[in-house]
Design a protein around this ligand. Structure first.
Ligand code: ADP
Ligand code: MG
Length: 327
């Protein structure tokens, strides 16, 4: 087991820019029957220090595989990764001491009390008894009054919080939560979000995986979208959401068209059939009235008109469709 506390930076300049960095990370699971699953296909990813980073993707995208490679629970097939500037192959113990991972599954040893569980975990990480903050951590996750309870008597939400506490015993600079709110009721979700924000405010870099767009959007300052083992987008949340600033205007004209009138070629426009024109534009760049004026200048008459605004869900679907080459 890991006996090494995270290497303390000697001075401020020792802090890495990237909390986590991966290059060409690849994973092929080989089944007993000879079948194989190519779970990660060359993941290149930088997760900056200091923020809340979201790894967003549908089930089966490879999120847990990525996390579990960092945690040392899954052996990668190829590629490199470092945590807090420490290569997971060259300095595995230091690298792993720099992260705390809250796993997706709620597996806890039912016979230990929360207090004992944290003490044992601190022992694994070589945290000396004088430096342990067991009650303080239990208090922070709202389990101080359950310190001596049997873990099997805890509710699902309490177990989730206990796993968070467990991941924090060695005071890691990076906390990774794998689907922290999957199957969790709305109230607990809110309280977990607040807790994550508070940890981050106090200096912990947080990485969370989720398949809830809304969660990523609310919590994360930067988001990578992962699909079928590949990173298909990685951007600041605001920039990603700005892709929402994409509107669609469908105009049905009264007379059939044989070709796109020249005056309309400056717009992004398609002719799905001879009586419809579909314009795609950003509100910041194009105004509806410019399009309507160009239509009128081209001598066309409008029979019908409708607009559509995609939401993050649409952007996500569009990106995942593009990535699968299915456009
Ligand atoms: P996510 O966490 O995004 O839902 P996972 O990393 O769990 O995705 O899974 C990625 C792919 O790898 C899926 O196709 C999954 O079935 C497969 N997979 C995950 N773990 C194993 C394993 N231990 N053995 C074989 N295949 C696996
Ligand atoms: Mg998962």
């Amino acid at each position: 087991m890991n006996k090494t506390a995270p290497r303390k930076p000697q001075h401020i300049n020792d802090l890495p820019d990237q909390a986590i960095s991966a290059r060409g990370l690849d994973k092929v699971y080989r089944g007993d029957g000879g079948g194989q699953v190519h779970a990660l296909r060359g993941i290149d990813l930088d997760i900056p220090r200091g923020g809340i980073f979201g790894l967003l993707g549908p089930n089966g995208a490879g999120k847990s595989t990525f996390i579990n490679i960092l945690a040392g629970l899954v052996v990668k097939s190829s590629g490199t990764a470092s945590i807090w500037g420490l290569d997971i192959d060259r300095e595995p113990r230091h690298a792993r001491a720099a992260i705390g991972v809250v796993p997706q599954e709620l597996n806890l040893d039912a016979f230990f009390s929360p207090y004992e569980m944290l003490e044992v975990q601190a022992g694994f990480y070589g945290v000396p008894p004088s430096e342990r903050r067991t009650m303080e951590i239990l208090d922070r996750v709202g389990l101080a009054d359950k310190a001596q309870a049997y873990s099997r008597s805890l509710s699902g939400g309490m177990r989730r919080r206990l796993l968070v506490a467990k991941a924090l015993v060695h005071n890691p600079p990076v906390l990774i939560l794998d689907e922290p709110t999957a199957g969790v009721d709305i109230e607990l979700r809110r309280s977990l979000w607040e807790f994550v924000k508070e940890l981050n405010t106090n200096g912990t870099t947080v990485v969370l995986t989720t398949h809830y767009l809304e969660e990523a959007e609310e919590l994360c300052d930067r988001i990578a979208i992962i699909n079928r083992g590949q990173v298909i987008a990685c951007d600041d949340t605001r920039a990603l959401v700005a892709r929402l600033d994409k509107k669609e205007l469908r105009i049905t004209v009264t007379e059939p068209l044989t070709a796109l009138p020249g005056g309309l070629s400056r717009f992004t426009v398609e002719l799905p059939d001879d009586q419809n024109l579909v314009f795609r534009y950003r509100t910041g760049e194009t105004e509806i009235r410019d399009i309507l004026a160009a239509i009128s200048d081209a001598g066309l008459r409008i029979a019908d008109l409708s607009t559509e605004e995609p939401d993050l869900e649409d952007v996500f679907l569009e990106l995942t469709r593009e990535a699968s080459g299915d456009v």
